[in-house]
Design a protein around this ligand. Structure first.
Ligand code: ACM
Length: 517
């Protein structure tokens, strides 16, 4: 029965026979599981063409029982036990989250056409009998989406989350600010979106292209209102997904400086960036700038209940600090030796601020360079070294190495066959074979690896269909990396499951890159 499921469950024991879902099947709930039952009803309704009834007293047979039992035997926060007999289905978990993942498995055990968005006739909605016991390997199973380089419509954010849920991923890292656009409404500083949310045009072709560079002349932009963000966070939470916002600082901040030039170093107005890459613009280190960003984080914390708040910290070019008498004076005043320490001072201020509000700072691995802030979690993207260094100094880490889990890279060695991408080559198999715990770490250090995260940067990804083409099916392989055990990971065994799974994505209307035949 686990030959139908992605990500592969921990244990599956078929017992023969089938349970058939019909319009007479009822969902049996306890006080805690009513919301999950509603979710199941909505999940099955389009293809079945009926909404199953929810009951709180047990029928004799032909029911799906959903039970949340906080004392339930050792499957952890997110585990579940699914038992299927010819007369009933029993799903039990310790939490609503565990139950939700169990529902995803149940959905995949049904004939593939259950994923259809319209009624399907003539199908026996059979589920194979047996027992599935399951829980995730890692607690951080993340996917990052960059909505700065290209603004993604709000409807797509919902689809993105829906697809994460199907793959039992539980962190949506939302990259909301960068040089090319500020995408989150901040009430106190409206120019961040009114000005910083728009660029006048966008580079055509690759930023490293040797031929003469031109822009398209078309304004690009947009932002998410606070109401929209609250709805997204709620929608994700109902699907056991935590939304981790990222507000970049002190680099990757050109859009913010364009909106509020006093945040910069050069004393001249600049525009929201129209090209790609890394540039010299960096926030200044005035107390007023620290205050400005803490004001931003205050609104961010109101919107996102997430324990983790990401402050970027990557690719901060220090040239403007080196050239600025003010920054140099600040370094002397603070007793800092170099600009790396100045960056660490900046991040530490944010760490202290977030910690005092009960939150945890996350940053890209550059935040290690001038000394790591005490509470920080490190996201290791420049390979594994940052993650190893952070874990051995007692910090939690999330592994996100670009060579293995950056989905803006090419999916074919023959780039001519693919849409323009950032470069590199990361086909599905190395994603599938990726091991998040570096071999150098053992014992208590390995335990600092909270999980892994795949990234979709969108410089060369202009719209939702293209975003899904880059993400799937690599994300299906990645889901198994972070959910399933390390034992028995076998690419030839995965492929037929993936082929079946791609039919589901098709029925859902989700774009993906076809497998190489
Ligand atoms: C990154 O890719 N600059 C985190």
């Amino acid at each position: 029965m686990d030959d139908r499921i992605i990500p592969k469950p921990l244990l599956a024991q078929p017992s023969g026979g089938r349970f058939t879902v019909s319009s007479n099947t009822v969902i049996f709930v306890d006080d805690r599981s009513y919301e999950s039952a509603q979710h199941l009803v909505e999940m099955l309704a389009p293809a079945l063409g009926v909404k199953l009834h929810i009951l709180s007293s047990a029928p004799e047979l032909n029911y799906i029982a959903l039970k949340i039992d906080p004392l339930f035997r050792g499957l952890g926060d997110e585990g579940y036990l699914l038992q299927i007999t010819p007369s009933c289905v029993d799903l039990v978990a310790q939490t609503r989250g565990g139950l939700f993942w169990g529902l995803q498995t149940l959905r995949q055990l049904l004939p593939t056409r259950i994923f259809s968005r319209s009624q399907v006739g003539g199908v026996a909605w059979d589920i194979p009998c047996g027992t599935i016991e399951d829980r995730p390997r890692f607690r951080w199973r993340g996917m990052m989406l960059d909505c700065s380089r290209h603004f993604m419509p709000i409807e797509f954010i919902y689809q993105w989350i829906e697809l994460l849920a199907i793959h039992k991923m539980n962190v949506f890292h939302w990259h909301l600010t960068d040089d090319q656009g500020w995408r989150i409404e901040i009430k106190k500083y409206p120019k961040l979106t009114n000005i910083g949310g728009w660029r006048k045009e966008t580079l055509i072709g690759h930023a490293l292209s040797k031929t003469k560079q031109t822009c398209d002349g078309k304004p690009h932009g947009g932002f998410y209102t606070q109401d929209q963000i609250r709805s997204v966070v709620k929608y994700a939470a109902a699907r056991s997904i935590n939304v981790v916002p990222e507000i970049e600082m002190p680099g990757h901040s050109q859009a913010a400086i364009a909106a509020y030039p006093h945040l910069g170093n050069i004393g001249e107005p600049i525009e929201v960036w129209t090209s790609w890459g890394v540039n010299a613009n960096i926030l200044n280190v005035e107390e007023s700038t620290i205050q400005f960003y803490q004001d931003v984080l205050t609104e961010v914390m109101e919107l996102f209940p997430s324990q983790f708040i990401h402050v970027g910290g990557d690719e901060a070019i220090k040239d403007q600090w080196k050239a600025s008498p003010r920054a140099q004076a600040r370094m002397a005043e603070l007793g800092l030796r170099d600009e790396h320490e100045l960056q660490s001072w900046f991040i530490r201020r944010m760490d202290k601020f977030l910690t005092s509000h009960g939150r945890t700072l996350v940053g890209w691995d550059e935040i290690l360079e001038g000394g790591l802030a005490p509470g920080a979690v490190v996201m290791s993207w420049r390979g594994e070294e940052g993650g190893i260094a952070a874990a051995t100094s007692g910090h939690d880490v999330v592994m996100a190495p670009q060579q293995r889990v950056y989905f803006d890279r090419y999916q074919s060695e023959n780039n001519e066959k693919e849409p323009l991408a950032i470069g590199g080559f990361t086909p599905i198999e190395p994603v599938y074979q990726y091991e998040p715990v570096p071999a150098e770490l053992d014992g208590k250090f390995a335990a600092h690896v909270q999980g892994a995260q795949a990234q979709l940067w969108t410089e060369y990804v202009p719209d939702p269909a293209h975003a899904l083409y880059m993400t799937y099916p690599r994300a299906c392989a990645f889901a198994e990396v972070v959910w399933s055990g390390r034992q028995g990971r076998d690419f030839p065994e995965f492929l037929p499951r993936l082929k079946l799974h791609l039919q589901r994505l098709k029925l859902l209307g989700a774009n993906y890159r076809p497998l190489d035949s």
